[in-house]
Design a binder for this molecule. Structure first.
Ligand code: TXA
Ligand code: MG
Length: 329
């Protein structure tokens, strides 16, 4: 087992080296616009098994396959017209499509399901690496299973530094929440499996049909959507959610409890007061959410109080992650 991962800058020589390591079956942590991913050659079952081992991820939680060009979609999945519409509108970007899988994708990637989740990321360094590697790359978020997703190279090192050798540094993630996942196995009945930066309203506008949420699933067998497993995305410190912060509750609380506001509060200050975006703007809130949860978790407060986002669209995705962070499994 390597002692510590190296954080590498994306020079042409480094990218060429990492592409060779990926083709040889090794793991590389990669920057994406959503969160950092832990990548392996998606056509190599042995390489993909290493992802599950490094993360401590259960084998029934399938991986997302990342592609460089639309031409690769038909190699890994059965395409339909709805998928093409969404791909043309939102790729490269934070949208993952679930489609019937082609046989080149090993069953370890899909956790035995007959479907595969596919995404074309927009991060320029990851795109260059995908092109150089010349194969689709399977990558879940690059965190130890169950913990908050990483949005910087340092986050990856903190969680997986002893399990992997290479981390490609692409700076802080610009979106900060994992991709929206849509199930398009039946294109007439698209299902939203995970909310993200591409919103339900945007999907409906492009598809011209309603997009329902996925029905709740049983706790056994392969996962259809993430988050059924206990304590997904959770800090170690208990998280308490509030529709709105009450000044009275805050005044009564101990200095050992942290308060995470959406926007910079005007009246309160202190070492236990944090905020997600200076103006509470939702893109900024999303971008800083995981880094802030990790930071505050590191201070060993007894509790982390967090204010829920208001509205729909991106607010749904932010609140989905907050509810998972608060769930004690
Ligand atoms: O933004 C993202 O999607 C990031 C970056 C790295 O691309 N990846 C990510 O992967 O969030 P991960 O493993 O943390 O979440 C992938 C989820 C799985 O938990 C699973 O629920 C869903 O994608 N998934 C994968 N394959 C699926 C399939 N065949 N059917 C339904 N859901 C699937
Ligand atoms: Mg994850």
């Amino acid at each position: 087992m390597p002692s510590s991962a190296r954080i590498l800058r994306g020079t042409p020589a480094t990218l060429a080296h990492l592409a060779r390591r990926l083709r040889a079956g090794e793991l590389v942590a990669v920057p994406t616009e959503t969160v950092y991913g832990l990548a392996a050659n998606a056509l190599d079952a042995r390489a993909c098994r290493r992802i599950f081992t490094a993360k401590g991820r259960p084998a029934n939680d399938p991986l997302i396959v990342h592609i460089h060009a639309l031409a690769q979609l038909g190699q890994v999945a059965e395409i339909n017209a709805a998928a093409l519409k969404l791909a043309q509108k939102f790729w490269p970007g934070p949208l993952t499509l679930v489609l019937p899988k082609k046989s080149v994708i090993p069953s370890v990637v899909s956790a035995g399901l007959p479907s595969v989740a596919v995404r074309m990321p927009s991060h320029p360094l990851f795109r260059r690496l995908l092109k150089l590697a010349g194969v689709p790359l399977a990558a879940p978020s690059a965190n130890a299973f169950g913990y908050v997703s990483p949005t910087s190279a340092e986050h990856v090192r903190a969680g997986l530094g002893k399990k992997i050798r290479y981390i490609l540094d692409g700076g802080p993630c610009t979106i900060g929440l994992e991709s929206t996942i849509v199930d398009l196995r039946d294109p007439r009945r698209p299902r939203l499996l995970r909310p993200g930066a591409v919103t339900r309203a945007e999907l409906q506008r492009v598809l011209g049909v309603g997009v329902q949420s996925a029905p709740k699933q049983a706790k056994t067998g392969a996962q259809l959507a993430p988050g059924l497993l206990a304590r997904h995305y959770s800090p170690r410190t208990p998280v308490v959610l509030h529709a709105r912060f009450s000044v009275a509750a805050l005044a009564r609380s101990s200095a050992r409890e942290a308060w995470v506001f959406l926007a910079k509060p005007k009246q309160v200050t202190g070492k236990n007061i944090f905020w997600l975006d200076a103006h509470g703007e939702l893109h900024g809130v999303a971008r800083h959410l995981f880094a802030t949860l990790r930071l505050v978790d590191g201070f060993r407060f007894t509790r982390i109080h967090v204010e829920l986002a208001r509205g729909a669209g991106l607010a749904d995705a932010i609140n989905d992650r907050l509810r998972r962070a608060a769930s004690r499994g």
